[in-house]
Design a protein around this ligand. Structure first.
Ligand code: VGL
Ligand code: ZN
Length: 206
């Protein structure tokens, strides 16, 4: 059984958003086309309280892009984004959501960030996504969305670590690219862990 995991396709990650991913909007038609090929589709949603400690604005004198130690973990600081209940936290207008069975929210604990849709960055708490997929009999997950170098990458690494065959759709994701080669490095890191990186056509043609 296959599942499609749609990662964080939210307004704040689209061009014009608070944490805009360049060409992030281009993944939407790709993900909408992919959905026709799956019987089980879930989505993750970055969903922070305004007090979230990944926001530079919550640290005096810090700017987005700076790093801090947050409870023992290296944390890059971000602009305020995906605040619970805000327009920026909403899913993209053009994203097809009618087939999405369940939404897994993450990043709600102000004291720890959560890039993966499965666990927070300290692997302390699970979102329930892994148990949900297992209970549905899923053995392969296909992942697309934003951003390739953060939430897609960590979602894929956790999926693989949990034993799912894991596929990432290269044209269904875009990177933040704080450094210019972060996209390529993220793909390499995932492939090194046995995650397959494919084009959407490889899934659609079947
Ligand atoms: C993300 C940075 C901060 C993501 C979320 O969805 O990739 N990146 N929060
Ligand atoms: Zn976030």
């Amino acid at each position: 059984m296959d599942a499609l995991i749609i990662v964080d396709i939210q307004k704040d990650f689209l061009p014009g958003g608070a944490l805009a991913v360049s060409q992030g909007d281009e993944v939407i038609p790709v993900v909408n086309a992919l959905q026709k090929h799956f019987d089980l589709i879930v989505a993750t949603q970055d969903y922070h309280p305004a007090s979230h400690l990944s926001f530079a604005a919550n640290h005096k004198g810090k700017n987005p892009g700076d790093h801090i130690d947050l409870k023992g973990l290296d944390q890059v600081l971000w602009p305020i984004h995906c605040v619970q209940g805000s327009e920026g936290a909403a899913f993209a207008d053009r994203l097809e959501m009618t087939k999405v069975k369940k939404i897994f929210q993450k990043g709600s604990d102000p004291e720890i960030d959560s890039y993966s849709g499965f666990y927070d960055n300290g692997h302390l708490k699970s979102t329930g996504l892994g148990d949900y997929l297992r209970q549905k009999g899923v053995d392969r997950v296909v992942i697309a969305g934003l951003a390739a170098d953060y939430c897609v990458k960590f979602t894929a690494l956790d999926a693989k670590g949990l034993g799912f065959d894991t596929v990432v759709v290269k044209d269904g994701t875009r990177a933040v690219n704080l450094k210019e080669d972060d996209f390529e490095r993220a793909l390499e890191e995932m492939e090194a862990q046995g995650i397959k990186v494919v084009g959407s056509q490889e899934i659609i043609k079947k």
